[in-house]
Design a protein around this ligand. Structure first.
Ligand code: SF4
Ligand code: SF4
Length: 356
């Protein structure tokens, strides 16, 4: 008797349908090997909201009893693959109702594979992914995060490419042949087969030894019992000028606003439009950003009247949530160097970020 799981970690709204297709099709493909499976979801907030880190699992077993035991658990054990749909999620995920950020590879079984869709190198990703006490594998499927936008399913082949990659790194759980057989039984069989093979052939795996990776600075998350959980749908009020200490939404971010304070005309519009009260007044009239509370919606960058004053920059190039105006106050040239360095590492600002 054996059972294994594939964890699809994704961003709410944009990738919910993508995760749903992958988890269900993996289970259906496993039936071609006389296995049995089910799917289960975990999320920190409604996965219908922008950028929310969330998980869907395929649980695949050799027999019904093994599956039944596994499906009674909060989260499946023996997760042999964690597939990450957006590489900014490697900075940590909050898949339990804002109770704390956890490492992306926390539940990965020893010897398992963290499969990331990314244009980054293994070295770059290992600067973000914390080390483990056991050896594991990092696999990279070349590609951009697939953002369907709102509830729409973006049929760009990411789902079938990912499944093909899963069959390459965990062929014992579900094979490429089974996926091809399953795809042939549905619509667009030839196209799906092509995408499966492309994902299978283009994924690259890198063994990661125990102790290799970023320093693990994550605080252990204490999960409350059901009688201690906070009330749902209640956001406690806070005094003007403060932000809610319980509602830190930075793990939803794929990009963050970076301000060119020298260009700021101190109009206060960013402060007025920010839905999360992230902007902090400074004595000289600029508006600093409390990044812990910023969900990365981009509204401030769209609303700022000065071109290039607030730019949205890939979240992966930042290593701290500390506000940055203090650096500017101490040394304006140093701040400009920092800003340019982040922009260069990110390949420039993300144009037209947000909702238009
Ligand atoms: S991106 Fe801008 S407007 Fe949106 S939450 Fe962050 S600081 Fe506020
Ligand atoms: S909207 Fe732009 S110009 Fe206005 S205060 Fe904010 S950063 Fe400065």
């Amino acid at each position: 008797m054996s059972v294994g799981a594939v964890d699809i970690t994704y961003r709410g709204i944009f990738q919910k349908n993508l995760a749903g297709v992958i988890t269900k099709e993996l289970v259906k493909a496993a039936r071609h090997e006389d296995k049995i499976g089910g799917t289960v979801q975990r999320y920190g907030d409604s996965p219908e909201r922008n950028g929310i880190p969330a998980k869907q699992f395929s649980v695949i077993a050799d027999d019904a009893d093994s599956l039944r035991v596994e499906m009674t658990k909060y989260e499946p054990s023996n997760v042999v693959v964690v597939a990450v749909m957006d590489d900014t999620l490697t900075k940590g995920v909050e898949s339990w109702a804002w109770y704390g950020v956890r490492p992306i590879n926390l539940n990965l079984a020893p010897g398992g594979t963290l499969l990331v869709i990314s244009r980054r190198s293994a070295e770059e990703l290992l600067e973000l992914i914390p080390r483990r006490e056991y050896a594991w594998n990092l696999a990279i499927l070349p590609g951009e995060p697939s953002f369907g936008g709102l509830w729409v399913y973006n049929d760009d082949g990411t789902d079938y490419r990912t499944m093909g990659a899963v069959s390459r790194v965990a062929g014992d759980l579900v094979s490429l042949d089974s996926l091809l057989a399953q795809a042939a039984s549905g619509q667009d069989g030839e196209l799906r087969a092509e995408q499966l093979r492309e994902g299978h052939d283009s994924v690259r795996a890198y063994p990661v030894d125990a102790g290799v990776g970023a320093e693990d600075t994550y605080e252990p998350v204490e999960m409350p019992g059901w009688t201690q959980m906070r009330e749902g749908l209640v956001i406690p009020a806070v005094p003007v000028g403060e932000t809610n200490p319980l509602f830190k939404k930075y793990t939803t971010r794929t990009a963050r606003p970076l301000v060119k304070f020298d260009a700021c005309v101190k109009c206060q519009i960013c402060y007025t439009v920010c839905p999360d009260e992230c902007f902090i007044p400074t004595p000289e009239g600029h508006w600093d950003i409390r990044y812990e509370s910023c969900c990365g919606c981009g509204i401030c960058a769209q609303s700022c009247p000065v071109t290039g004053c607030i730019e949205m920059v890939d979240e992966a190039v930042f290593d701290s949530n500390e506000p940055l105006h203090g650096v500017y106050e101490n040394n304006r040239e140093e701040y400009e160097e920092l800003r340019q360095d982040k922009l260069a590492k990110a390949g420039g600002p993300i144009p037209h970020y947000g909702i238009f």
